[in-house]
Structure formats: C-alpha cells, structure tokens
Design a protein around this ligand. Structure first.
Ligand code: FE
Length: 179
C-alpha cells in the first residue's frame, strides 16, 4: 500500500512536470520504472510497466518461444550459441522486447564466456540491477529499464575502465549497425 502511494505521488509529479512542457529527468523516469517493476515483482507478477504491453499473453504473441523463455522467464541461452557473441560490427544493441538502447559496440569485448559481454551499459539509465538469489547463489541480474525484461547478469571480473562484465544473452538483444 505504501509502495502504491509512492508510485502515485511520482506519477502525479511527472504529470505536473509534463503539463509545463518539460521532460522529466531520466533519473526520475528510471525510478518510476523501477518502482513499477518492483511493485509487480512483489506481487509475483512479471507484467510490464511499458504501456504497449499489458500482459504476458501480449509478450507471447510478440516474442519467439526462445526469446520469451529468456526475456520473460529469466532463462539463459547456451554459451557460444548466441548470434552476437563474436559480433564486432559497430552499432547499438537494443532490447529485443521493447527497442530500448542497452549497449554500444564501443564497450563490447570478448570475455571468453560464450555470451556477448560489455564493460558498461549504453547509458546508466538503460538497465536496472537487481539481486538474483536463484540457483543457490547470489548474482546481480540485469533487466531492461524500460520494459523489465531479463537480459543477463553483471559480474565484477570485467576489464578496465569499469572492471565490470555485463554478460548478456544474444537473444535478448537486437543489433542495429551504425549507419
Ligand atoms: Fe526492454
């Protein structure tokens, strides 16, 4: 109930902001998305905050079964099987579910893990980190900040300058080559 009140207050704040023809700060948008996703998660509901998709049935009709398994059910594609693991083209990697810009080829590197790896997100607000206690271990899950879809996990064994490794499923991404 308290969460709901906070979300309503934030939505009202954004509405007021937009009526004076200003764009709400990206940080505030990310906070709202996070609140909505967290609220859904607490209810045991993985439905999206993105208005264009209202229920899991919508996702099933939009995504392939393999995409649905990873993006909506937190699955993992088999290592070395993804189409972007060794992609070296310049461009932007977008969320396969909603098109949100997630990663740049400029931060992609070969981690040897068998999954596309990046040392940073495209923008700090592109993705959200979430604690994942599944499979008898504690990891940091990476989800799309716009639609809440599962993308992969974050590890602290990456290269400089961040030292981080965003280990992402190819099937959760759509690559847009640089023009
Ligand atoms: Fe997304």
């Amino acid at each position: 109930m308290r969460n709901l009140s906070i979300i309503i207050l934030i939505i009202i704040a954004i509405s007021i902001w937009e009526t004076v023809d200003k764009t709400p700060p990206e940080g505030l948008k990310a906070m709202v998305a996070d609140s909505l996703i967290q609220n859904d998660t607490e209810k045991g509901n993985t439905s999206m905050s993105d208005k264009s998709f209202s229920c899991e049935e919508d996702w099933k009709s939009k995504l392939t079964p393999e995409q649905y398994s990873v993006l909506r059910e937190k699955g993992t594609e088999r290592a070395f099987t993804g189409k972007y693991t060794y992609n070296k083209e310049s461009g932007i990697y977008k969320c396969a579910a909603c098109g949100n810009e997630l990663f740049s080829s400029e931060t992609k590197y070969d981690s040897g893990s068998g999954w596309p790896s990046f040392w940073n997100a495209y923008k700090s607000e592109s993705v959200i980190e979430r604690t994942d206690n599944s499979h008898f271990m504690t990891r940091t899950e990476i989800i799309c900040s716009k639609c809440g879809s599962h993308l992969g996990h974050l590890f602290d064994d990456g290269p400089n300058p961040s030292g981080m490794r965003y280990c992402i499923n190819s099937i959760a991404l759509d690559f847009e080559p640089k023009k």
